[in-house]
Design a protein around this ligand. Structure first.
Ligand code: ADP
Length: 616
């Protein structure tokens, strides 16, 4: 049934829905990726800004810590005295020692005292020999000129003597009259600040107002300019010898914006790295602090989110597909069920129609059978009628012959008798009359015969012993046997069981069969006729056998028909076997004739009166 069921095809609307689903997912993925990148960048930038704030605070706190130191030193009596008497070696020594102590105490790089002409007369690093500031002239340094101008000075740069980067604070040393005696300068090392930046997540840059990197977590970027410096700026930097003999390069940096956020793209060779850059300008120091966050990490994080999103969407898609598939399967099953139900209904209808057809056919056949039966009955009735007519015809022909012939003969004899009487020949006339009487007797015998044939049986059926009727039958046929010279042999067992029959009719059967046998053997050398009887299986079989010519096969079928005879005119009516067969039928037995080679054998089988006795 299901072999003809086609799979439910993927419909056009399903494909459109699928296509739309894929498009939607692609769009969602695109948006999701953008949102992931934006989120990642903004979070990163937020962290960078926090780091920036902390860094700026730390830097400002650091600077504030040292800002007051020069003034405190300048206010010292010892310093003022030294500047008033620069040639006093004891004062110098005492000041040097004291400066060294103070420098160690405040963790400054160097503290030193400069004469108005720029020469350093005392310094905390007085013991460093060639590295000592003592005797060095710093008149070119802006912090010196600023202090000499009466204000507090600030400067950052590379030490021309030490080659070490530092931040310089300065203050003028005033005497009681407000006259400037000299300058006190404090240099603070920046290495330890950088030290704290290294190895962290963020990159740090501090640039000066000229845009040159002064502090950096990346040593390679130091002293490079973030932007292409103008000649004027370059000249300014060189004049102050801010970075001493350091090489002043330019950082291969491109400022850009990604997702609305500032990004520094730094090239290195063919590749480049992008950093989110949070920047803050420190008003006091004139520095700009940049905190850089490598976007590679942010991008990796964003990609991770996108990956999760893809996984999530895949899961959702698979879930969706599963649901769609499930629904399709359910729909398919429903369709199959519907198909099966429809198929079943169709089959039931077809079967019902078949049955109705068969039913009507049967009805038709029954009607036809009935009609045929009616026709058959009619045919049978007409056949019976025809048969009756035929028998009547045959009988009339036979009777008219049997009666006409003696009638004609009797008439002749009567005519002759009349003539003979006229002639007076009475004797011959009497002979003729005797002949006429014989003919009349014969015709009377024919009538008697016919009556006998048509007569209803008088005797009742009952147990008849063959032995009881045999003598009379023998007496009846004795004359006939004598005429033909035939001899009747008997082979009847004494214990033969009685048969169910009528005694007179059973006798007639024997008489008829023996008479026919006698007719058959007349004039032949072997004229023995045998009557035998045997009992078997509740039946008794009588056999009458002669050694005559037998019954030719051509007429064997017809010998039991009434009025069938092969004997000449006046010899037989053809009723003997017909009457015999009727009687046998009445007794519930059978009669048959067979060729006994030579001769004929008529076999009559009759039911035994007591089957048990017959069997015994
Ligand atoms: P009928 O003796 O008057 O002819 P039946 O009915 O007795 O009439 O016999 C019919 C025919 O059967 C006979 O004419 C004869 O041809 C044949 N017939 C009967 N008995 C014998 C027999 N014993 N041998 C040969 N033919 C027989």
């Amino acid at each position: 049934m299901s072999s003809s069921l086609a799979p439910v095809p993927r419909t056009r609307p399903t494909r459109i829905v699928l296509g739309l689903g894929v498009l939607l997912m692609a769009a969602a993925l695109g948006l999701g990726a953008r949102a992931a990148f934006r989120h990642s960048y903004e979070t990163g930038f937020g962290r960078a800004e926090t780091a920036l704030r902390l860094t700026v605070h730390a830097l400002e706190a650091d600077l504030a810590r040292y800002e007051v130191v020069p003034q405190l030193v300048a206010d010292l009596d010892m310093v003022q005295r030294l500047l008033a008497n620069p040639g006093n070696p004891a004062l110098r020594t005492a000041t040097n020692v004291w400066l060294l102590d103070q420098s160690d105490a405040v963790q400054a790089s160097d503290i030193y005292v400069i004469l108005p002409d720029g020469e350093t007369i005392a310094a905390s690093n007085y013991r460093k020999g060639a590295g000592s500031f003592v005797g060095q002239n710093f008149s070119y340094r802006p912090y010196f000129t600023e202090a000499m101008a009466g204000t507090e000075g600030r400067f950052y740069g590379v030490g021309t003597t030490s080659g070490v980067r530092g931040y310089y604070f300065s203050a003028p040393v005033l005497d009681g009259g407000g006259r400037i005696l000299g300058v006190v300068a404090v240099k603070v090392g920046v290495d330890r600040i950088e030290q704290s930046w290294r190895g962290g997540e963020y990159g740090f840059l501090v640039t000066d107002p000229e845009g040159r990197v002064f502090l950096s977590s990346e040593p390679g970027w130091l002293y490079s300019s973030l932007d292409t410096p103008t000649q004027e700026r370059l000249a300014r930097t060189l004049a102050t010898r801010r970075y001493a003999d350091a090489e002043l390069g330019e950082l291969p940096l491109e400022r850009r914006r990604e997702l609305g956020l500032p990004v520094f793209r730094v090239a290195s060779g063919d590749a480049h790295r992008d950093y989110l850059a949070a920047s803050y300008g420190m008003a006091g120091a004139g520095w700009t602090v940049h905190v850089l966050l490598d976007t590679a990490g942010l991008r990796a994080e964003a990609w991770r989110i996108v990956g999760s999103l893809v996984l999530l969407m895949c899961a959702a898609a698979f879930g969706g597909l599963f649901v769609i598939q499930r629904r399709a399967r359910v729909a398919e099953r429903l369709a199959m069920q519907r198909y099966a139900t429809a198929e079943l209904e169709r089959r039931v209808e077809a079967r019902t129609a078949d049955l109705a057809r068969v039913n009507s056919q049967l009805g038709q056949e029954i009607a036809e059978r009935r009609a045929t039966e009616r026709e058959l009955r009619a045919a049978q009735a007409s056949l019976v009628q025809v048969g009756k007519l035929a028998a009547l015809g045959q009988m009339s022909a036979s009777l008219s012959h049997e009666i006409n012939q003696p009638l004609a003969a009797a008439r002749n004899y009567a005519d002759s008798a009349a003539i003979l009487i006229e002639r007076g020949d009475i004797a011959r006339a009497r002979d003729n009359i005797a002949q006429i009487l014989s003919l009349v007797d014969r015709m009377a015998a024919i009538g008697k015969h016919l009556r006998h044939a048509a007569r209803q049986p008088e005797d009742q059926l009952g147990a008849v012993a063959l032995a009881s009727i045999l003598p009379e039958a023998q007496t009846i046929v004795a004359q006939r046997l004598a005429t033909s010279g035939a001899v009747l042999e008997l082979d009847v067992p004494p214990d033969l069981p009685p048969v169910r029959a009528g005694a007179t009719r059973l006798q007639q059967i024997l008489v008829n069969l023996i008479s026919n046998a006698a007719d058959a053997v007349e004039g032949l050398p072997d004229r023995r006729i045998t009557l035998s009887a045997r009992a078997d299986a509740g039946k008794v079989t009588l056999r009458v056998r002669d050694r005559g010519p037998g019954v030719p096969p051509a007429i064997a079928e017809r010998i039991f028909d009434p009025f069938f005879t092969t004997k000449g005119m006046g010899a037989g009516l053809g009723l003997g076997l017909s009457i015999t067969a009727n009687i046998v039928r009445d007794f519930g037995g059978t009669i048959a004739c067979r060729d006994a080679g030579p001769g004929a054998e008529f076999r009559v089988t009759l039911p035994a009166a007591d089957p048990a006795q017959a069997a015994a």
